[in-house]
Design a protein around this ligand. Structure first.
Ligand code: HEC
Length: 123
């Protein structure tokens, strides 16, 4: 039994470390997004909404940003950002929010999209 707990703890640590590594890679990749997105909610005037505290954030809910009608409709439905939705959005924005204003961000690699999602959705 004790062995079992130890194995589980080791597994949890491995997963934690992998997530942290992914987030670090995602932070680097996020530089490509910063021409349009800030991580500072107080920074106004960017082409895209700020992306601070995205984990569990309702889609289209950055204070003061003028979203497309497609994003306003998604917000009205109460959609929330999670790993799966964000990874799909970064692959093809239209597949998640049809008719939104963001063009494909050019992350062709699934591992890169997962890394950016891990960075933006870090707790
Ligand atoms: C050329 C500008 C531009 C670039 C580059 C860009 N985006 Fe966007 N992004 C936008 C715009 C504009 C919106 C709002 C879309 C709308 O209102 O339809 C948006 C929306 C988003 C949202 C939804 C936010 C919310 O409040 O619900 C996320 C998440 C996002 N972008 C992530 C990214 C990531 C990650 C990258 C880089 C890989 C990126 N974007 C690159 C312009 C950009």
């Amino acid at each position: 039994m004790r062995f079992c707990f130890a194995a589980l703890a080791a597994l949890a640590l491995t997963i934690d470390a992998a997530a942290a590594q992914d987030a670090a890679r995602g932070e680097k990749l996020f530089e490509a997004c910063q021409s349009c997105h800030s991580l500072d909610p107080a920074k106004a005037g960017m082409a895209g909404p700020h992306l601070a505290r995205l984990k569990g954030r309702v889609v289209g809910s950055a204070e003061g940003f003028d979203y497309s009608p497609a994003f306003r409709a998604a917000k009205a439905q109460g959609w929330v950002w999670d790993e799966a939705r964000l990874a799909a959005y970064l692959a093809d924005p239209d597949s998640v929010v049809k008719g939104g204003w963001m063009s494909a961000p050019g992350l062709d690699d699934a591992a890169e999209r997962a890394a950016v999602a891990a960075f933006l959705l870090r707790p």
